[in-house]
Design a protein around this ligand. Structure first.
Ligand code: SOE
Length: 375
């Protein structure tokens, strides 16, 4: 008889995200008490050698070379999708039909249509679902949300958000699946803009309309097998947005901003103050309040490592910082709580659909050169 408080994870994909998620499940019980406790039951992938090594290294009890096997297994309660975007919908719908709870990497799908079919499937099956927008779960971002909800920076007028990487700045950097529209749906847009869209939806509110442009600077790249391949996705996407609450925003996502390895940053300006966050300094939040006395005004730095800060008490004493991997642990905590109490914590597939609608609206705008309503 297996322990009822344990839930079996079946994770598909074992590369970068597979590693981040595996680590999160493994370390979660170390830091947090959750209603149910994850157990690393099986990992799935196609290359048996790589899979076997990954399973051993990351502590998985077993592996399957066909993800469908996970759906057959009674000891798997949650399917975690860390595969290229093209397979998200097929796996999620089949898993929901098999009664498995779901967590899926972003972007949720290749299109709004696909995303909606995934949402429909999880709702019909009554399973718990989440999408992995991990940056929401940095304590400083959660703290920013609390400050905004308390009205500390007043009515929000602006957000300016960027997500800048540079791994494609070198025209000789090799062709990978993320550069193939058939496998990824879009390029930087779905990969990075999706994250800042999520942060904006979380902190500012729902989008109303967008106008944007997308560009591919290096149109051919060489794959590892020596073949030149066409890059048919964007290297960069930039857009302006109006929000339903009257705020406006600018967004920039790129993989060709030399010197920026993973610069996920935002600044939000309200009529009583401003908030700034920079992932590469993720434990700190910059806060400016307009009613600070004259002569004392300026951005102050809040180290979000005190026990009053979200998630911080689970880790270390004040001042002992956490990192990228902990955003996944915090997200996994929410997932476990959702499963034990029977709800789908945000961001869930509904957020995934709304995010995808913004992504697709920007794409439409980039094609026709005009504002598009996000409906
Ligand atoms: C690659 O650009 C990538 O791994 C993204 O897919 C992740 O979502 C981001 O967090 C880091 O960069």
């Amino acid at each position: 008889m297996r322990n009822k408080t344990k839930v079996g994870i079946g994770l598909i994909g074992y590369k970068f995200m597979g590693k981040a998620h595996s680590h999160a499940y493994r370390d979660l019980p170390f830091f947090f008490e959750t209603g149910v406790v994850p157990e690393l039951r099986a990992i799935a992938g196609r290359d048996e050698d790589g899979l076997k090594k990954a399973a051993e290294k990351m502590g998985w009890q077993s592996y399957e070379t066909d993800w469908r096997q996970l759906l057959e297994r009674d000891d798997i309660d949650i399917i975690d999708i860390c595969t290229p975007n093209i397979s998200h919908a097929e796996i999620a719908i089949a898993a929901a039909e098999a009664g498995k709870h779901l967590i899926c990497e972003k972007p949720l799908a290749m299109s709004v249509k696909e995303a909606k079919s995934m949402l429909q499937a999880v709702k019909k099956a009554g399973v718990v679902h989440m999408i992995c927008h991990n940056y929401r779960f940095a304590p400083a971002v959660q703290w920013a949300k609390q400050l905004i909800d308390q009205g500390r920076i007043g009515k929000i007028n602006h957000i300016r958000a960027v997500y800048l990487q540079d791994w494609l700045v070198d025209p000789y950097s090799p062709y990978v699946w993320r550069l193939n529209k058939q496998l990824s749906g879009s390029g930087t847009h779905g990969d990075l803009a999706a994250h800042i869209i999520d942060l904006a939806r979380f902190l500012v509110g729902e989008f109303q309309s967008v106008v944007g442009m997308m560009e591919t600077f290096t149109k051919m790249r060489c794959s590892n097998d020596g073949m030149m391949k066409e890059v048919d996705v964007d290297d960069a996407s930039v857009f302006l947005a109006r929000f339903r609450n009257g705020a406006i925003g600018t967004f920039e996502a790129t993989r060709v901003a030399g010197g920026n390895r993973n610069a996920n940053r935002f600044e939000i300006n309200g009529d009583k103050g401003s908030i700034r966050w920079d992932f590469e300094n993720m434990n700190q939040l910059q806060l400016y309040l307009t009613d600070d006395p004259l002569g004392m005004q300026g951005f102050r730095t809040i180290n979000c490592t005190e026990s009053c800060h979200p998630y911080a008490a689970g880790y270390w004493p004040s001042g002992h910082i956490i990192g990228y991997e902990h955003t996944f642990i915090n997200l996994a905590k929410e997932l476990m709580d959702g499963i034990s109490k029977g709800y789908s914590p945000s961001p869930n597939f509904e957020d995934g659909v709304n995010n995808q609608i913004v992504l697709e609206s920007v794409e439409k705008s980039a094609q026709n050169g005009s504002w598009v309503n996000v409906s």
